[in-house]
Design a protein around this ligand. Structure first.
Ligand code: OGA
Ligand code: MN
Length: 294
């Protein structure tokens, strides 16, 4: 059975035409998951989900992440949502430990690239909108890979990239203190293949602002390659831009799409509630990588 939906752009983004009861029931969960992976990002309007309802919908779709997953700058754990719902806001009263990492959300990224198994998906609903800006954009890293010429695909499939918190945060906090810079550096770094061959067989680019460098490549060549791929992957034809209304729910496939928050006013009370679904497969290298190494 297919679920009612409308494509928002040709390559990424669909609007689900399901009401709250249909989402909560879980009866369409398999179809929603399949559509999410096929379309990169899904939105539904007019739902006004409570935290409890957001959790319930999330649990129909995957393995809800509970508790802390990141180390705070002060050594304490960050609140990734004790009850599975993370509050995302710059407002220091809402989630002060997490707020200091939010500048990184403004550049194109995947969530959790520091983890061996990055999160599968994120569900995101607004509680308070910004006064200006604050749209969220999504870019399909499946479509971006699939459109590359075959010889370039083959070359990229042999490369690995190191992801770091420092790479993600420095471009948006160039005025950081040496102490902040050092703390970002103390976070775990993670090497992933540049091309992910998913269990499904489909391939995507693993790009993110956290991508620090290509292993074994001259730094200048690495910088230029990552920059060129990022420009390629975020062309308008691969992007859906969501303008938020209260009551919306968006979810993105974190394994086949990047996302970013567009600028909004400083000291904004913008607040979203978010559920994260744990990943289900590590970033797996294409067979070609092992052949190239042999
Ligand atoms: C996030 C994120 C984007 C936004 O919560 O991981 O990147 O628009 N959010 O706030
Ligand atoms: Mn994010």
């Amino acid at each position: 059975m297919t679920i009612p939906s409308v494509d928002l752009t040709p390559r990424i983004g669909s609007e689900l035409k399901l009401d709250k009861a249909a989402l909560l029931s879980g009866e369409h969960a398999d179809d929603i998951r399949a559509l999410l992976v096929a379309r990169g990002a899904l939105v539904a309007r007019g739902l006004f989900l409570s935290d409890e309802e957001l959790r319930t919908v999330a649990r129909t779709l995957g393995d809800l992440r509970i508790g802390a997953s990141k180390r705070g700058t002060d050594g304490k754990t960050l609140n990734e949502g004790e009850e599975g719902v993370l509050k995302v806001s710059l407002d220091p009263k809402v989630n002060p430990d997490y707020a200091r990492f939010l500048p990184g959300n403004h550049l194109w990224h995947m969530d959790g690239t520091y983890e061996e198994i990055p999160p599968f998906a994120t569900l995101f609903t607004p509680y308070r909108l910004s006064e200006q800006g604050g749209d969220t954009m999504f870019a399909s890293t499946y479509a971006a890979f699939e459109d590359l010429p075959a010889d370039e695909q083959a070359r990229l499939e042999t490369l690995r990239v190191v992801h770091s918190m420092q790479a993600a945060l420095f471009p948006v906090m160039r005025d950081c203190t040496p102490e902040e810079f050092a703390v970002w550096y103390s976070y775990p770094q993670r090497s992933h293949p540049l091309v992910w061959q998913h269990k499904s067989g489909r391939k995507s680019l693993v790009l993110s602002t956290s991508a620090a460098y290509v292993e074994g490549m001259h730094p200048a060549e690495s910088h230029d390659l990552l920059e060129r791929l990022m420009i390629h992957a975020t062309q308008d034809k691969y992007v859906y831009r969501h303008k938020w209304q209260l009551g919306d729910l968006a979810m993105w496939d974190n394994t086949g799409a990047m996302h970013r928050a567009m600028p909004f006013e400083a000291n904004s009370k913008r607040e979203f509630h978010r559920c994260t679904l744990n990943g289900e497969e590590p970033v797996t290298a294409p067979e070609r990588m092992a052949e190239a190494a042999a």
